[in-house]
Design a binder for this molecule. Structure first.
Ligand code: HAM
Length: 412
């Protein structure tokens, strides 16, 4: 028997209501903030990601699912932001509006070592606001992330924020980190020794505990922001305070992707174990220009849907099902029943029947297993009288009514 690919999951019918709930809340909340949905392909030119996320980013170096043919190398998208900005430019959305708010839902692919909350195919629900560098957009984006979590019913999360500053500030940060980490180079993992040479900021994302400890002790508070970036960050913090959104400052939060500058943030949840980031995002003021567009700022975030579901595991999400189950007894009733199902569906009543020719007892059990709220029993005798029996499953009551009154009865 074939097995699914490691790090991928089948989302089974028991689980899809929770997914649909997340999707429904996302559509509603994003539209309240005037975001419109965009759907981009799951395959892109691989260089779209290597150029924007950075050749030293872990995602690019180790985690891209690559598809090669004779002339081109494609990648299954490891994240949404680069694709969205590519789509935004390719479809001239920059020319249609000065400021564009987009959201997306869909699968992403990273060749990671699978574990709880870490998959090779996972799903993002995210958004991008492109066209403004104003700090009030940073505030709205973080407020939107917070509102989404509240609407999903998730509590106990922490919003951690930092500012990387502009390109010059990032260079200054890299230099000072290099200086303090150089003294500990031999204690760093082999990857970080390499990162120290190629892109020292990536050392801060290393999952190795020793490296994390070294970073925390060897590199205390970094003060690298220029006056403009400092002012921007102050506005973001004041804006969040103004909206009563609690946050923690995390001076060593840099995020693993090169496109970020200024505000970066990560939202963690204690119920997720070692993979505790439920979502993350930040500003990318150079990305649009880097992909050949005008000099426009952008900011966004993405939540991992699987992690949202893990964090909301204890929520009672039993869907209120209203299913009508028809049991027919006899050849004429079976034929009439199929017609009846058609009429019920046309009247927006969800219904099903027994296709295994079970006995009345077996069919009742099937109705129960299907979660039916009402069972209809139609025999050849009833058909002759133009009546049908309606059984209410939760109240264990039943009555015989005329077939002409059935739709009205079921709808009330
Ligand atoms: P990211 O931090 O790489 O950011 O991913 C966002 C979220 O996706 C993570 O916080 C986590 O919840 C989830 N996630 C990431 N990798 C996996 C995985 N292997 N398995 C399960 N869940 C995972 C981005 O991708 C940026 N594009 C976010 C962004 C949007 N920044 C600006 N705009």
């Amino acid at each position: 028997m074939f097995k699914r690919v490691a790090g991928t999951r089948d989302i089974l019918p028991e689980e899809t209501p929770s997914w649909q709930r997340i999707e429904k809340i996302a559509h509603k909340t994003f539209s309240l903030y005037n975001y419109r949905e965009i759907r981009t392909p799951i395959i892109e030119d691989a260089s779209l990601f290597s150029r924007t996320l950075g050749t030293t980013a872990e995602i690019v170096q180790k985690q891209m699912f690559l598809i090669r043919n004779q002339d081109d190398t494609y990648a299954l998208r490891p994240e949404g932001t680069a694709s969205i900005v590519r789509g935004y430019l390719e479809n001239n959305l920059d020319k249609a509006a000065g400021f564009t708010k987009l959201y997306y839902l869909g699968p992403m692919f990273r060749l990671e070592r699978p574990q709880k909350g870490r998959l090779r195919q996972f799903h993002h629900v995210g958004c991008e606001a492109i066209g403004s560098q104003d700090a009030s957009v940073d505030v709205e984006i973080i407020a939107l992330a917070d509102q989404l979590l509240k609407n999903f019913g998730i509590t106990g999360y922490k919003i951690k924020i930092n500012s990387l500053g502009c390109s010059k500030d990032k260079e200054a940060l890299s230099l000072s980190l290099k200086e303090c980490l150089q003294k500990k180079v031999k204690e760093l993992c082999a990857d970080c020794q390499q990162r120290l040479k190629n892109n020292v900021l990536r050392v801060l994302d290393c999952k190795n505990e020793t490296c994390q400890k070294i970073v925390k002790t060897a590199c205390p508070d970094q003060r690298h922001l220029c006056p403009d970036c400092l002012e921007h960050f102050e506005k973001v913090k004041n804006g969040l305070n103004n909206l009563d959104i609690p946050f923690e400052l995390q001076p060593l939060l840099v995020r693993g992707l090169d496109y970020y500058n200024r505000t970066v943030f990560e939202i963690t949840h204690p119920g997720l174990g070692s993979q505790d980031a439920i979502g993350a995002g930040g500003r990318y003021n150079n990305l649009v220009r880097q992909l050949g567009g005008p000099d426009l700022g952008g900011i966004g975030f993405a939540f991992g849907v699987e992690r949202l579901l893990l964090a909301s595991e204890n929520l009672d999400e039993k869907p209120q099902k209203k299913l009508v189950y028809l049991i027919t007894l006899g050849g004429s009733a079976k034929l009439a029943g199929l017609k009846l199902l058609n009429q019920l569906r046309k009247s927006d009543i969800a219904c099903d029947t027994d296709y295994l020719n079970k006995s009345l007892k077996g069919a009742m059990r099937a109705a129960n297993d299907a979660g039916a709220s009402q069972v209809l029993i139609l025999g050849d005798d009833e058909l002759k009288k133009n009546t049908i029996t309606v059984k209410n499953m939760s109240e264990s009551t039943q009555k015989e009514i005329t077939l002409d009154n059935l739709i009205g009865e079921l709808k009330c």
